[in-house]
Design a protein around this ligand. Structure first.
Ligand code: GDP
Ligand code: MG
Length: 441
């Protein structure tokens, strides 16, 4: 989904003039991609309407028209991720009962640990109840997590009735005045009717304040039906998307929101407790479209220490200048520190270009690629590195020969540099880097 919308927006930028014909073509592509992802037809029509309106605006001329269309598309996508109904807000000084539902393997038990950890760090008294008696080892898994987090838990090895466990566990923790009581449920993939009946029974005895639907982002097209089925069985109040660390771009997020009319509150990006982040619709859309998440990127750059003791570099970023030599220096720094894949993922267009290479090879693969980049830059002249001369095709060929790399690799490197330089230029303009050290702190 992200890729197709991105391609359509690319067409917007490359068209010599943006007229009705071009716009219709782009809209057809974007709307088609959304509909195929099972995004609600009404929402897609809304997007179409909003974008078409832009054409009629007086100030929509020349480059401004492109910008306005681009923005209208982005805004419409963001609003698809922000339903009218607001998610449940935890209340201090009382027991908030949160029931987790979702298919087996979607990541419920893992997410519960992350969720508990998240609130625990914010000072909430949290605990867990294991009402999954279906999966062998379910209780052990929850218990292990809870023990690591030092969070109280409730469950049983002998009791086979999940409804009873849920009822007793929640009652006990309510009596002990726990603030956030998280209930894990089973999510077998067969016998769906059974699953839903059991879920409803647990719901009835537990009377949760919020029902969290956990959705695996890698399931693709199946999202809409799955989310609808859960929504029809219990009142889903919020959605958490898991496994966004993999190849999945998360287009299903819109479908899940559309199907449940519930907001996405968090997303998971790995198997560790800390691989968990609060959801922000506009950052998500930026990343979905491979345009990079500027704010996220800034955070990552700051926390990676890439800019520590690099006043020179910070000044350059503020000015919006980024030469090949700067990239060379940055890569050398990154080589020493890792983990670079996370940073690179956030660079505009980078996830698409580098994604598979870096992910496939893991951190080692990333280092190997980085080394090749450095070899190529080693074969460049000072004037080339400093951007004094352009790397013409014949110069590129020379660099390829000199470094033992393929011409396509040199081309790729230059393309990547262009992306980086674009980000830095935008950073400079955005003022995100202003304030020098203060902003870095
Ligand atoms: P449940 O059956 O819904 O309780 O799912 P589990 O919590 O047992 O998770 C199933 C598998 O998905 C486990 O191997 C988890 O480690 C894995 N998993 C869960 N969340 C994530 C995530 O955000 N990223 C990745 N890579 N794996 C995850
Ligand atoms: Mg589980």
């Amino acid at each position: 989904l992200g890729g197709r919308i991105q391609a359509a927006l690319g067409r917007l930028n490359s068209a010599t003039t943006v007229d009705d014909e071009v716009l219709n073509l782009i809209l057809k592509e974007i709307c088609g991609a959304l509909l195929e992802s099972d995004v609600n037809v009404r929402l897609v029509q809304q997007l179409r309407g909003r974008v078409k309106q832009v054409m009629d605006a007086d100030e929509a001329v020349g480059a401004n028209r492109r910008r306005m269309i681009h923005k209208a598309v982005m805004d419409a996508l963001v609003s698809m991720l922000e339903p009218q109904t607001k998610p449940y807000k935890m209340k201090k000084g009382q027991s908030n009962v949160v029931m987790f539902v979702g298919l087996q393997g979607s990541g419920k038990t893992t997410t519960i640990a992350k969720y508990a950890h998240y609130y625990q760090r914010k000072g909430w008294k949290t605990c867990m109840v294991c009402a999954d008696t279906f999966r062998a080892g379910a209780f052990d898994q929850l218990k292990q997590n809870a023990t690591k987090l030092r969070v109280p838990f409730y469950g049983s090895y002998t009791e086979a009735d999940p409804v009873r466990i849920a009822q007793e566990g929640v009652a006990q923790f309510r009596a002990e005045h726990y603030e956030i009581i998280i209930v894990d449920t089973s999510g077998r993939h067969k016998q769906e009717a059974d699953l839903f009946a059991e879920m409803q029974e647990v719901y009835d005895v537990v009377q949760p304040d919020d029902v969290v639907f956990v959705m695996d982002s890698t399931i693709g097209q199946a999202v809409h039906d799955q989310a609808t089925a859960f929504k029809d069985a219990v009142p889903v109040g919020s959605v958490i998307i898991t496994k966004l660390d993999g190849h999945a771009k998360g287009g299903g997020a819109m479908s899940a929101v559309a199907a449940t009319n519930a907001a996405i509150t968090f997303y998971g990006t790995g198997e560790h407790f800390s691989d968990f982040e609060a959801f922000n619709a506009s950052s998500f859309v930026s990343r979905l479209l491979g345009m990079g998440d500027m704010k996220g990127l800034m955070e990552e750059v700051k926390s990676s220490g890439m800019l520590d003791n690099q006043e020179e570099m910070v000044k350059k970023f503020q000015k919006g200048v980024f030469t090949l030599r700067d990239m060379y220096n940055q890569f050398q720094t990154v080589m020493k520190m890792g983990p670079l894949s996370k940073v690179m993922e956030m660079i505009p267009g980078m996830s698409g270009m580098l994604g598979n290479m870096l992910k496939g090879g893991g951190e080692e693969g990333g280092t190997r690629i980085l080394k090749r980049f450095l070899y190529m830059m080693d074969s460049m002249t000072a004037a080339e590195l400093d951007g004094v001369v352009q790397l013409t095709p014949s110069r590129q060929l020379r660099v390829a020969k000199g470094s033992g790399c393929k011409p396509a690799e040199v081309e790729f490197l230059l393309k990547m540099h262009k992306q980086f330089a674009g980000v830095v230029q935008r950073m400079g303009k955005s003022g995100l880097m202003k304030g020098g050290d203060a902003a870095m702190a």
